[in-house]
Design a protein around this ligand. Structure first.
Ligand code: SF4
Ligand code: SF4
Length: 301
């Protein structure tokens, strides 16, 4: 089974619009044969472009936080010295745990003479499955202030892979998170191909270089898609040269096209909303290119 993850070095490059268009193309080419996953759990919005209807929502539990039993606590303050994370503080004369700062290490439990502290599992987000006209979508939402987004990405991908394998799907399209941190590593892990969406700007080139280094570290083949490539040809050339120097092919140059913004506002893939628009034709061609055997696309890394 193919697994294509769409990434960008930073947010705002058009990554999710590209993913939505590819989901539409996959559904046209092989109806019911591709599954979708949104691994951008900090700002999951692929569902908004795919007319998604949530059918399953499950709490995602990861790690634990300390909790004080108010009836047992004598407010002696002995627990504070054990906490390296400054998660214990006195408010209005009563000791409290800051659940955002607490790392769930459990060091404070042994210090409490009243056995008033305990660790409770923490719900850090919600895993969802939705039906869309373009195939089932697995996605998730991380609760505010939570740090376990890498684990939540892994949970989303596990669920999506399990369904795809059980149903004998041809592939899985993953909308990856921006940046180069843990969530990106979790999204890239085990992928057949990473498609990096960038823009022809100085920051686009810098961010792409860092994202490529991350992807290549995990030995995942990469390709480049330049959005708004015609706005700054010199910048486009610089990105193509960077890719060529690293042995990574640029396989799509999307033109600037207001249809993309119109499709965003309408909450639809641009290829479904304006199939004849120049950007839609370029995205359809990108899908065709991605269907070449993954190991044989020109200029592979
Ligand atoms: S569990 Fe660890 S981090 Fe949390 S309050 Fe206790 S000592 Fe601090
Ligand atoms: S050590 Fe125990 S009893 Fe003392 S303030 Fe902390 S939780 Fe309360």
């Amino acid at each position: 089974m193919k697994e294509i993850v769409i990434l960008s070095g930073k947010g705002g490059t058009g990554k999710t619009s590209v993913t939505a268009a590819l989901a539409h193309q996959a559904a046209l080419a092989q109806p019911g044969r591709w599954l979708l996953a949104d691994a951008d759990v900090d700002a999951a919005n692929l569902a908004l472009l795919l007319e998604a209807r949530a059918t399953v929502a499950e709490p995602f539990v990861s790690g634990a936080v300390a909790v004080i039993d108010r009836d047992t606590c004598s407010d002696c303050g002995a627990c504070e010295a054990a906490c390296r994370y400054e998660a214990l503080a006195q408010i209005d004369g009563r000791w409290q745990v800051d659940p955002i700062a607490c790392e769930g290490c459990g060091a404070c439990l042994d210090r409490c003479p009243s056995e008033a502290l305990s660790l409770v599992p923490q719900t850090v987000g919600t895993c969802r499955r939705s039906e869309t006209p373009y195939g089932p979508l697995h996605h998730a939402h991380l609760n505010p202030g939570q740090e376990n987004s890498g684990k939540l990405v892994t949970a989303v991908k596990r669920r999506a892979r399990a369904q795809a394998e059980a149903e004998g799907c041809a592939g899985l399209l993953v909308d990856g998170p921006p940046g180069i941190g843990c969530p990106v590593i979790a999204a890239v892990s085990g992928a057949s191909l990473a498609l990096l969406v960038t823009e022809p700007t100085v920051s686009g080139r810098e961010d792409l270089e860092r994202a490529l280094a991350t992807v290549r570290h995990f030995r995942v083949p990469a390709r480049i898609c330049i959005n708004k490539a015609d706005l700054y040809p010199e910048g486009t050339r610089a990105i193509e040269e960077l890719g060529a120097a690293l042995g990574v092919a640029t396989i799509a140059r999307l033109p600037f096209d207001l249809s993309l913004a119109e499709a965003l506002a309408a909450g639809r893939p641009v290829t479904a909303h304006r199939p004849e628009a120049p950007v839609s034709r370029a995205l359809a061609a990108l899908w065709t290119t991605l269907q070449a055997p993954l190991g044989h696309t020109a200029g592979s890394a």
